[in-house]
Design a protein around this ligand. Structure first.
Ligand SMILES: [Zn+2]
Length: 301
């Protein structure tokens, strides 16, 4: 049973909205793409977790602080006698372990995910001790992408490869598990200790004035300038989006990037690069937001 669902982090949402509207530095762009890919991998793994039928509490995407160290958990599953800790990686391509180092097939060193897992287990164990729970932790490093290949895999039963995933879920489903109030108490304590503000955030500074205005294609990121009155068409990838969806999506992006500013018809008109008539903006916004204030000072919330 999913107790805490996964959603895009604040950081990912901001970077996603920012990406087409300003020129991110190469490093920032790479960071954003990794974040996005990581999230997609976690969502893929959730698809497998949904097939777990034994009694369990699944908590996704947790952030804790223990001994002044922050640690993030992709998925945690509480069963009768174990807590499963899953570190999910959406790596693609060919990799190998070279002793304690983890490398791409071309030799490039990548941060060793097993070490990251070890660190998380150690911090989680200390955290469990600090709140008075003794339940054992079973950690797994899950490679979720079907296009991932691992050569010279260490004989480590903590590593789950894409081809093992189905068997692994089947294996969990064969365990006996009856949860009681102690498990609920653990789950509640974890939820209430979860931090919502990440200290890792790497959002570059930006100002409204410097951001590109327009509606940007959700598929390829190009600006959508062809408006038929009913829909917008992306010239670069031919994706079509109806007025309401494109307008509400842009308004949402405005809120994500300018959380302190109020949404008015004029602001949305400018934010969307003048592509929609103000009359259309007012109509769509009225149907989906509440109007506050009067006349030229009215805004949507
Ligand atoms: Zn496009």
């Amino acid at each position: 049973m999913f107790i805490k669902n996964r959603s895009e982090s604040e950081e990912l949402r901001v970077l996603k909205a920012l990406n087409p509207r300003m020129d991110l530095a190469e490093k920032e762009k790479q960071y954003y793409l990794n974040l996005k890919k990581g999230f997609e991998g976690e969502v893929m793994f959730d698809g497998y977790l949904k097939r777990i039928v034994i009694q369990s509490f699944i908590l996704n995407d947790l952030l804790f602080e223990q001994n002044h160290s922050h640690f993030q958990i992709d998925s945690l599953m509480i069963s009768q006698s174990l807590t499963y800790l899953f570190e999910v990686k959406n790596f693609e391509g060919e990799y190998y372990f070279d002793g304690d180092t983890f490398r791409k097939i071309n030799g490039t060193e990548v941060k060793n995910p097993l070490l990251q897992l070890e660190r998380n287990v150690s911090l989680l164990r200390q955290f469990f001790n600090s709140i008075g729970f003794k339940i054992p932790i079973e950690p797994y490093l899950v490679f979720v992408n079907p296009d991932f290949t691992l050569y010279q895999a260490p004989l480590n039963r903590r590593i789950i490869l894409p081809t093992n995933l189905n068997r692994f879920i089947h294996h969990i489903n064969n365990q006996k598990s009856n949860l009681n109030y102690q498990h609920s108490r653990l789950s509640d304590t974890l939820l209430s200790s979860h931090l919502t503000k990440s200290p890792f955030s790497k959002i570059p500074p930006y100002e409204y004035a410097q951001l590109r205005k327009g509606v940007f294609c959700h598929s390829c990121g190009a600006v959508m300038e062809e408006y038929s009155g009913r829909e917008l068409i992306c010239k670069s990838c031919s994706v079509k989006e109806n007025t309401k969806s494109a307008l509400l999506r842009s308004a949402k992006e405005f809120n994500i990037l300018n959380p302190k500013d109020k949404l008015s018809t004029n602001i949305i008109y400018e934010w969307c690069g003048g592509v929609f008539p103000k009359k259309t903006i007012r109509k769509v916004m009225k149907e989906n937001y509440t109007i506050s204030g009067y006349g030229q000072w009215s805004y949507f919330e």
